[in-house]
Design a protein around this ligand. Structure first.
Ligand code: 5GP
Ligand code: ZN
Length: 114
């Protein structure tokens, strides 16, 4: 998707601070961090949101979560705790229409998630 910011990041056409990359996924620092650790993890294929995920994607999503766990360790928040969020659709607060997961940590996060 040529008009999708996260596809452009995945293709390296928009620069980002990359924390992890392989053939299926890429993780980069959020440009407007909401916590000391704030990474965005995306599949490279353009899925619009969690609503596009089916059992066909279970390998991809399982892999993605295993990398999130590894990144939590690498960024030093595995023990102190962290939050993984995927905003979905308008009411979910999704701004970028390419499936992504936020990894937030490094401070005590507000317990109010709604
Ligand atoms: P959403 O609200 O869609 O769940 O979150 C999108 C996130 O992407 C936001 O936290 C925003 O700061 C981040 N973001 C938007 N554009 C860019 C960009 O060009 N580069 C990076 N690194 N992050 C971005
Ligand atoms: Zn995209």
């Amino acid at each position: 998707m040529s008009d999708c910011i996260f596809c452009q990041i995945a293709l390296g056409k928009i620069p980002s601070e990359i924390a992890y990359e392989d053939d299926q996924i890429i993780a980069f620092k959020d440009i407007q961090p909401l916590a000391p650790v704030h990474l965005v993890i995306i599949p490279k294929i353009h899925l619009r949101s969690l609503n596009d995920v089916t059992s066909d994607n279970k390998g991809l999503i399982g892999h993605l979560f295993s990398i999130i766990r590894r990144l939590a360790e690498e960024f030093g928040v595995a023990e102190s705790g962290y939050r993984v969020v995927t905003n979905t659709g308008t009411d979910g607060g999704q701004v970028i229409g390419h499936l992504h997961f936020h990894l937030l940590g490094g401070k005590a996060l507000n317990a109010n998630i709604g």
